[in-house]
Write a protein that binds this ligand. Structure first.
Ligand code: HEC
Length: 152
């Protein structure tokens, strides 16, 4: 009698387990698809700054003096990947997936100061976040520097 009860409970658990696998299978699949997207350049969704970033005001917008300091900050921290002229062809670029962006390109330049600042601040692997390594002023300075990299 007792034996039978244990058997029934075991079978019930096994049934529940199998069923739950079916129920969650679709969720698990979606998650793993997202993971693949994150690591695969082809399927990776474009990196977009959130709308609130566009509303951030560049406190150094008209300060041309800062670009001189920013050049040093850029050469020290960004050139290895983005290249000296920001064209995305630094020595470390070849090994990266996705590739560092060409910062002089239309696609980058058409974004707002706030969006570019947000991306520098947040990072997106393999680009690290510069939130702690650089001050806010240095990051806005880089935005100005990137602006003047734009091809004439
Ligand atoms: C380790 C290499 C590496 C370094 C160092 C690096 N980046 Fe990047 N950066 C990348 C990669 C790779 C991307 C593309 C990420 C993506 O598209 O998801 C990127 C993207 C960007 C973007 C966004 C471009 C777009 O798609 O709109 C900006 C802006 C940027 N980097 C600026 C900087 C600045 C400024 C520095 C220095 C403080 C820096 N990066 C340092 C690798 C790097």
């Amino acid at each position: 009698m007792r034996h039978k009860l244990i058997l029934r409970v075991t079978i019930l658990f096994m049934l529940a387990f199998t069923l739950s696998k079916f129920i969650f299978a679709s969720t698990i699949k979606n998650n793993s698809d997202n993971m693949i997207n994150v690591f695969n350049q082809g399927g990776r969704t474009e990196w977009k700054a959130p709308p609130f970033a566009d509303k951030m005001k560049n406190p150094l917008a008209s300060d041309l003096k800062v670009t001189k300091d920013a050049k040093i900050v850029f050469t020290t921290n960004c050139s290895s990947c983005h290249g000296d002229k920001g064209e995305g062809n630094g020595p470390a670029a070849a090994a990266l997936n996705p590739k560092p962006k060409n910062l002089t390109s239309e696609k980058v330049q058409e974004q707002s100061d706030g969006a570019i600042f947000w991306k520098i601040t947040t990072g997106n692997p393999p680009m690290v976040s510069w939130k702690d390594a650089l001050t806010e002023k240095q990051r806005w300075g880089l935005v100005n520097y990137i602006r003047q990299l734009k091809k004439k």
